[in-house]
Design a protein around this ligand. Structure first.
Ligand code: PLP
Length: 404
């Protein structure tokens, strides 16, 4: 067989490939695995969405037909009205909203729709892998914007060399952030991004997949709330985490009409859009906001408290995030030198606890592991006991000397 495409060979190994292999080995040995690796919500989808799906599939036969690639009008109208209600962002549902088969799909296809091979995209480092992998699939190049703890994991755009900024075409950013769980202090941060994008003629894609998974009264803003945002960019949203609908595959992109139209056109050649019955359940989800979303966020907040407090008691200083379903944990001191992949591998082999190695999110993620809060209370208790043993192994008992 001839070589596959360059874009396939350029892709880095999938973040979870090695960890999944070790997980399979652990299962084969009948080890009890506690999986805090992938951000895959464990709780059920709320009843309102499930019931809407059942009713639609059973009673509305026309929804079995091909959907519109851009999303049905009812879905786009509901999204536009929710964006207005939640963020005060007015949107034209016909021109400024496109339904996605999950926001990951939109992120990757946006890169393909706007990039020529060799063009550069500015991407946070560390980042949700679709931000850089989408660019690689599109034949583009990435330039990393370091997200550092000393800058609260926010981008310092002033440090990007002028020549790089001028030659770049797009910029992906994401707050609340995966994997660092960082948030923007308020929407004024976006003003700098917009000014930077205008100066260098860049498209901005702000990934707001975690806008509703926030804690302690923190309210995540939309990039589109700020004047001028729509001139330069779009925002993606997801049903996956907010409503426990990860497997339903539904999200949307909204904002700049030209960018939305490009994604819509690209999708119309590639897919038929999210299934109509899934879109209608998405409408039910947005209609159920804020109650369902708040209840789900409250579960993550409780889990965050439990896990952070437990880790602190073990002497592992993990920051308490204001949003997302993740803890971004610096490797504990005695394990720093081994690096995040070796740490995650050893933790899994020795204890059955799965975490995501930070380096899988880019070189800037080295020195950290990400823990996804996707299991229930008893399992966090077990995970903490196992991590305790791992970090502070019991000293071997001294052999009792024979007195004779
Ligand atoms: C920052 C971020 N964006 C997008 C996604 C993809 O979400 P979806 O399920 O909507 O494709 C994820 C999933 O983990 C994510 O963390």
């Amino acid at each position: 067989m001839k070589e596959f495409s360059d874009r396939m060979t350029r892709l880095p190994p999938y973040l979870f490939t090695r960890i999944n292999q070790l997980k399979r080995e652990a299962f084969a040995k009948k080890l009890d695995v506690i999986d805090l690796g992938m951000g895959n919500p464990d709780q059920p989808t709320p009843k309102a969405m499930v019931e809407r799906l059942c009713d639609t599939v059973q009673n509305h036969a026309d929804t079995h037909r091909y959907p519109q690639a851009k999303g049905m009008p009812k879905f786009r109208k509901t999204v536009a009205s929710w964006m207005g209600k939640r963020f005060g962002v007015p949107l034209d549902p016909d021109k400024e909203v496109v339904a996605l088969i999950g926001s990951k799909e939109g992120i990757a296809h946006l890169a393909m729709a706007v990039l020529n091979p060799g063009e550069t995209v500015l991407v946070g480092d560390p980042a949700y892998p679709a931000h850089f992998n989408g660019v690689i699939l599109a034949g583009g190049e990435t330039y990393s914007i370091p997200l550092k703890p000393e800058n609260e994991f926010l981008p310092d755009l002033g440090k990007i060399p002028e020549t790089v900024a001028r030659q770049s075409k797009m910029m992906f950013l994401n707050y609340p952030n995966n994997p660092t769980a960082a948030v923007v202090p308020d929407k004024s941060v976006f003003k700098d991004w917009i000014a930077f994008a205008k100066k260098h003629d860049l498209i901005v894609c702000h990934d707001n997949a975690y806008s509703e998974v926030t804690f302690d009264g923190y309210v995540a803003p939309s990039f589109l709330e700020v004047d001028g945002a729509k001139d330069v960019g779009v925002e993606v949203h997801s049903f996956s985490k907010t409503y426990n609908m990860a497997g339903w595959r539904l999200g949307w992109m909204c904002g700049n009409a030209k960018v939305v139209a490009a994604v819509e056109k690209f999708k119309s050649f590639l897919d038929y859009g999210a299934p109509t019955f899934v879109q209608l359940s998405g409408v039910a989800a947005l209609d159920s906001w804020p109650d369902t979303a708040r209840a789900i966020a409250a579960v993550y907040q409780h889990r965050r408290d439990r896990m952070v407090e437990g880790l602190h008691k073990l002497g592992w200083a993990v920051p308490k995030p204001k949003a997302t379903m993740y803890l971004w944990a610096p490797l504990p001191e005695p394990c720093r030198a081994m690096g995040s992949l070796a740490f995650a591998e050893k933790l899994l082999r020795d204890t059955g606890v799965v975490v995501a190695p930070g380096v899988g999110f880019g070189p800037g993620g080295e020195g950290y592991v990400r823990m996804a809060l996707v299991t229930h209370d008893n399992r966090f208790h077990d995970a903490l006991l196992r991590i305790k043993k791992f970090l502070v192994p019991e000293k071997p008992k001294q052999a009792v000397k024979n007195k004779s």
